[in-house]
Design a binder for this molecule. Structure first.
Ligand SMILES: [Fe+2]
Ligand SMILES: [Fe+2]
Length: 166
């Protein structure tokens, strides 16, 4: 991450994105509880609203990660960075503080999340490697095609050259 100060609007977009994302997941969770309690209408109300919160979050993401600046590889890099941050910094720090507070349930949960984040980061890295190889292979094919066309064009140009060149 860069050390440049972020614009207030970018910071606000990130906060708004976090808020909408949390609302989405929280409503999904409340829906799950409501469903388990037999309150189907309540569950459905939470589910419908949760779907809208996703759209709200997407609206912020459109501005944070504009489509014309994104590639699948860039998305993977950002995801790898996020997952790596989780298991190298965030959860180890939280885990340490949970130990200090004697909250063994939180420690155990963080341990699971650390393992999950490691797996996610590794999977994304693998996906990126495969994609990079595919792009490289495609670039090779393109280059071969380009060379082929260039050779054909050179031939045509040579044939069309005026006879005065001795
Ligand atoms: Fe919202
Ligand atoms: Fe993850």
């Amino acid at each position: 991450m860069s050390n440049q100060p972020k614009s207030v609007t970018i910071e606000n977009l990130e906060a708004a994105f976090a808020g909408e994302s949390m609302a989405h997941i929280k409503y999904r969770y409340f829906a799950k509880l409501a469903r388990a309690a037999g309150a189907i209408e309540v569950a459905e109300a939470f589910e419908a609203t949760a779907d809208q919160e996703v759209q709200h979050a997407f609206g912020h993401l459109d501005l944070l990660y504009p489509k014309d600046k994104m590639t699948p590889a860039r998305s993977l890099e950002i995801a790898i960075e996020g997952e790596t941050y989780e298991y190298t910094e965030m959860y180890p720090k939280f885990r340490h503080l949970a130990i200090e507070e004697g909250n063994s349930a939180a420690v155990a949960e963080y341990d699971e999340q650390i393992e999950e984040s490691k797996v996610h980061a590794a999977q994304f890295k693998r996906t990126l490697e495969i994609a990079a190889k595919r792009f490289a292979a495609l670039a090779n094919v393109e280059e071969r095609h380009a060379n082929h066309y260039k050779a054909a064009l050179d031939k045509l140009n040579a044939a069309a050259e005026p006879a005065t060149t001795i």
